[in-house]
Write a protein that binds this ligand. Sequence first.
Ligand SMILES: [Zn+2]
Length: 334
Amino acid sequence: MTHSGLNSASVGDDAGQPLSMEDVGRRTWLGDSHLLGIPRTTGFYFLDADRPAVIETSAAAVSERVIGSLRAHGVDSVAFIVVTHIHLDHAGGAGLLAQEFPEAVVVVHEEGVRHLIDPSRLQASAARVFGEEEMLAHWGRLAPVPPDRILVAADGDCLDLGDRTLEVIYSPGHAKHHIALHDSETDGVFVGDSAGIYLSDFDYQTPSAPPPDLDPELAIASLDRLLERDPEIAYFTHFGPGLPAAELITEAQDQYRRWSEVALRAFQEDGELASVARALAERADPERRELPGGIQEQLDRFTPHETAASGFIHHFERLGISPLSDGSTPPFKP
Ligand SMILES: [Zn+2]
């Protein structure tokens, strides 16, 4: 097997090592992309079916591992490559996976289509945030998806896998191009980032609240729509299946409310990103400090409180909220 599209100069030494996929029940497998060298934090799923599906691709930098893991699992054909949204840790590898499985269509919400066809803007904005070198090392070089390979997913659409179906649930809030998928076979919902990050190994959950799209009220409303399906299992991209789904989705809603309140108060006190990040760490997310040291460090690298602080501040500013200097009543109730 060759991976002709991969830029081997951009990936770390072990970035290509395939990892065995974990059987999470009912013809569903979880893969670990080991993104940023962090184990069991960023995943992708393989759904066995007449027309098999891969949900999430992880980043381009680890595509060799993702592809190798699927091949080692015996996957020789994929009908659907589904991305819940176009953030690089979910869809960065879509172009390379599409090259590897030329029979597959890539399923994405319409708000994300143009970025998959022409990833140059995504690539450039990542380079602005991380710097060119680090961006290539950690996230990789994106390959475009040919327009005729894209299947635009809208709310209520059903992907027919033959002996199981995936129903698309539009779920903005974390990102405007976010979809979740309800699976008929497992009565599970693939939540992407809509219900945050849940490390099942540690029963630890935290919102994923980056700029520029973050809208906590919209995210809470989207989660209500997932709860309407009364799913049994929530399949988190970060990382693994969680039970019972309703409890984890409700907790995600509570966390959005709590984090919004803490962020708003800190923002109104002095408007500084560092203050908001510190408030989130101390008052909204004390559970993180109870995790084993190495896990805390990995989380602080993977999802730093500064990113969430920036997401909330961006949201407050969009609502016209500014830091208070006179102690007057906040104009916004999260
Ligand atoms: Zn995301």
